[in-house]
Design a protein around this ligand. Structure first.
Ligand code: GDP
Length: 453
């Protein structure tokens, strides 16, 4: 199907050294030839791919700016179509004027993600790789960028494709058996068939088990700093955020509201909340803060429970410790610059870190503990990490269908029943990589992209 030619600003709007309008579609060179005159007199439409021209972009008879035009010929371009990029000086007005000129010359304004959607429709990327493009653009840390880049380079897709191939082989054997039931089909009866299913199951399980850690890298962790008044919660918040966000005083109960900040701790983004000191109080205002702190503690994905090592633990401390048992929590033993004596036995079974929030002692150990507890440190850089809830949902469906196939084999049901499960698994995997994703699914994915990508 011939697509209309689209145009959009491909660089961030603002002041910069260059800004680019990208134009994609059959007529992209002709559109550009209507608004651009090269110094050499050459036309874009007559240019070879991967070549550039220098000249000026025009709005009617008036020059908008000097420009470099870069030509990509179908199918060797990002979208697989003819693509021309016009780069001018990086200013908001100049680039908007170039876009306006391209639209006046016959291009249509691109929808969000339309360039990448065309790349997908033209077989340049599968859906997993397209989602990885978005991951690269929005990466907050090097680790997150590495994951998205390895997904864009085909790590996830090739692993999924391997599983698909195995399942297809199995499905073909089953179909053959259905057509020629009297033929010998050793692979249906011997261990190979079973082994193949269990290995596909294992691969999907490995990918799924990395998902939560990958999600943490992408989305961050809601983290509550809790503890009784004056143990150093606000000081810890300020240490982790490297700024004086929370008010630190010796007066207990200073933090009554919840103070929130987003900070990068190593590779992980923490959505930190410094809460009011959790303790018994008759002060009406303070008790509202304590209630909020309790709520935050109950809903947070990670709790940093702070205790003051320079003073004996009291009932408030012990109650807090009891309330975080079994939760995703790190016990932060603070004020080690005054005292390093850890009471015997009390913190057994908890992940503990000794720090001095005031002078930064133990910060690296705390960062390491956070990476361990969130399992981010256990992500194998060579493993395939699923990049979205959509991918996870498909992988789960495929894994469960393979489980059902294994189960059917074990209890000796008909081979047809095994075949149905394998078909279900294949359908889920085809949806994952996009061969059988519905329009609604693909539209949903691409509309989350920015215009121009
Ligand atoms: P919060 O009520 O738990 O938020 O406690 P703050 O962060 O406001 O700290 C209470 C007091 O303890 C302040 O005077 C801080 O300067 C002090 N403090 C916090 N952390 C440390 C630490 O690591 N060492 C020492 N010596 N004092 C600290």
């Amino acid at each position: 199907m011939e697509q209309r030619t689209i145009a959009a600003i491909a660089t961030p709007l603002g002041e910069g050294s260059i800004a680019t309008v990208r134009i994609s579609g059959q007529d992209a060179p002709q559109v550009v030839d209507r608004i651009f005159k090269s110094v050499s007199g050459k036309k874009v439409a007559s240019l070879a791919g991967y070549t550039a021209l220098y000249g000026s972009v025009y709005s009617g008879e008036k020059i908008i700016d000097n420009a470099v035009v870069l030509n990509f010929k179908a199918p060797k371009s990002y979208t697989g179509e003819n693509v021309v990029e016009i780069s001018v000086h990086g200013g908001r007005i100049v680039i908007k004027n170039v876009l306006r000129a391209a639209l006046d010359a016959g291009a249509f304004l691109a929808e969000p993600g339309e360039f990448t959607k065309r790349a997908f429709l033209n077989g340049k990327l599968d859906l997993v790789e397209a989602e990885a493009v978005m991951g690269i653009i929005s990466a907050h840390s090097k680790a997150e960028l590495d994951l998205s880049f390895s997904s864009l380079s085909g790590k996830v897709s090739s692993q999924i494709n391997n599983i698909k191939e195995k399942l297809l082989e199995a499905a073909a054997s089953i179909a053959f058996f259905a057509d020629y039931p009297d033929e010998e089909l050793p692979e249906l009866n011997n261990q190979n068939f079973y082994k193949m299913l269990t290995s596909a199951h294992q691969s999907l399980n490995d990918m799924l088990s990395n998902f939560d850690a990958g999600k943490i890298l992408r989305e961050g962790v809601d983290t509550a700093i809790v503890g009784k008044p004056n143990v150093g919660k606000s000081t810890l918040m300020n240490l982790l955020s490297h700024k004086n966000r929370s008010i630190v005083t010796e007066i207990a109960g200073t933090t009554r509201d919840i103070i929130e900040d987003t900070v990068m701790v190593g590779d992980i983004m923490l959505n930190l909340a410094d809460t009011a000191g959790i303790h018994k109080t008759d002060d009406v205002v303070e008790s509202v803060g304590v209630k909020l702190a309790e709520e935050k503690k109950n809903t947070a994905q990670l709790i940093l429970a702070v205790f003051d090592l320079s003073r004996p633990l009291d009932d408030n401390d012990l109650e807090l410790l009891n309330s975080i048992k079994g939760k995703n929590a790190i016990v932060v033993l603070n004020k080690t610059d005054i005292s390093g004596n850890v009471p015997q036995g009390v913190f057994d079974g908890f992940k503990t870190v000794l720090v001095s929030a005031k002078n930064g002692l133990g910060e690296q150990e705390l960062i390491k503990a956070i990476a361990e507890i969130t399992k981010v440190s256990s992500i194998n850089p060579d493993s395939a990490v699923l990049g979205s809830e959509r991918q996870r949902g498909c992988a789960l469906r495929a894994r469960d269908a393979i489980s059902a196939a294994i189960n059917a084999l074990e209890i000796g049901t008909t081979i047809d029943a095994v075949g149905v499960c394998i078909d279900d698994a294949l359908a889920a995997l085809y949806e994952l990589t996009g061969e059988r994703a519905t329009n609604t699914v693909t539209n949903e994915i691409f509309k989350r992209f920015c215009v121009g990508k």
